[in-house]
Design a protein around this ligand. Structure first.
Ligand code: MTE
Length: 316
């Protein structure tokens, strides 16, 4: 029996939500919320969080149909706010991402500690429509607001000992109450090889759908690495460290036989407990066939060269 799988190239242009439509919808929602005093008005937002009406589109934007805003912000993995998919949204009000500062440390010439506003000021924000493929077998298509990770890292002038970059999430039980339970070894840590980090695809995201990042999606600043399983895209980052040795990434340390350091999306390498050949697109009706998972999540042209000659079964 063969299954007809709808790929991104089969999606009609009319099915893709044009930006003007969702921006209008967001504007409408904001007005509706603001009038019922449920959402902060612009005046109440932090200084750096101005609205971004006309963002330039990244050259790598996916043309897939966007996952609706409601799904992107209510079906989440953020164990610091609970382990259920709906917990992060339900507990989002417990996490106030202000004030926020980021430390840059390790093998570089220009380390420092920066408040968020100063940290993001040098970069032109763009919109990056990326597929996010979770290791659990589901995916979303999200219009992020962010800037190039490589552009940011270069500012700190990594030296020749910088072979990896390590990222760390805020450790604070009072703001991230899930850290009171030892479900993971806190704080959450992730890492990339320096050449992966310097590839033009990964971004530091500060928003989605044209607005600031909701707490449940990793406010106020997170990583997005679209060719790797979602857990590499660490949320709510407070520290970036250039290192000579491979960082001790949280899920890799927790279960090394299940979650490799690389964790490149690869339909040919199954998770020990399930297949990675297909994925459920969140927000699509349950009767729609699953999507075929693509090598490197469809970004092979941009990243396959990083792994030339590497055994991707061994280095999964
Ligand atoms: N970052 C932190 N600090 N804690 C987490 O639990 N979950 C990861 C990743 N980043 C996680 C995290 C996983 S498993 C996924 S799939 C993505 O965030 C989900 O991002 P989203 O909720 O914005 O879709």
């Amino acid at each position: 029996m063969s299954i007809i799988i709808k790929t991104s190239s089969d999606i009609k242009a009319s099915e893709i939500t044009p930006k003007s439509v969702y921006m209008d919808r967001r504007r409408f929602m904001k007005q509706a919320f603001a009038s019922s005093l449920l959402l902060a008005t612009d005046a109440m937002l932090p200084a750096w969080a101005k609205r971004w009406p006309d963002l330039e589109a990244s050259q790598f934007n996916a043309s897939d149909k966007l996952t609706p805003f409601e799904n992107v912000t209510s079906y989440n993995n953020f164990y610091e706010l609970g382990t259920g998919k709906k917990d992060p949204a339900s507990n989002a009000s417990m996490f106030n991402p202000e004030p926020w500062s980021i430390a840059v440390e390790g093998e570089c010439n220009k380390p420092g500690v920066f408040n968020l506003e100063d940290f993001i000021k040098p970069y032109a924000l763009q919109e990056y429509i990326y597929r996010l493929r979770c290791v659990e077998g589901w995916s979303m298509v999200i219009p992020w607001v962010g800037f190039s990770l490589a552009d940011m890292l270069k500012q700190f002038e990594p030296n020749s000992n910088a072979k990896y970059v390590e990222f760390t999430t805020l450790l604070d039980k009072s703001r991230l109450p899930g850290q009171a339970r030892r479900v993971l070894n806190w704080p959450y840590v992730e890492g990339l090889r320096i050449d992966e980090a310097m590839n033009p695809l990964p971004i530091m995201a500060v928003g989605l759908y044209g607005d600031i990042l909701p707490s449940q999606n990793g406010a106020p600043i997170r990583l997005v690495v679209p060719w790797k399983y979602g857990f590499k895209s660490i949320k709510s980052i407070v520290k970036i460290r250039f290192t000579e040795t491979q960082p001790k990434a949280t899920w890799n340390e927790r279960a090394p036989e299940e979650y490799g350091f690389y964790s490149n999306v690869n339909p040919e390498v199954d998770h020990p407990r399930w297949s990675q050949k297909t994925e459920r697109r969140i927000g699509e009706p349950f009767w729609k066939p699953k999507h075929k998972t693509q090598m490197f999540n469809g970004y092979g042209e941009q990243v396959a060269h990083l792994y030339a000659g590497m055994d991707l079964v061994k280095y999964f």
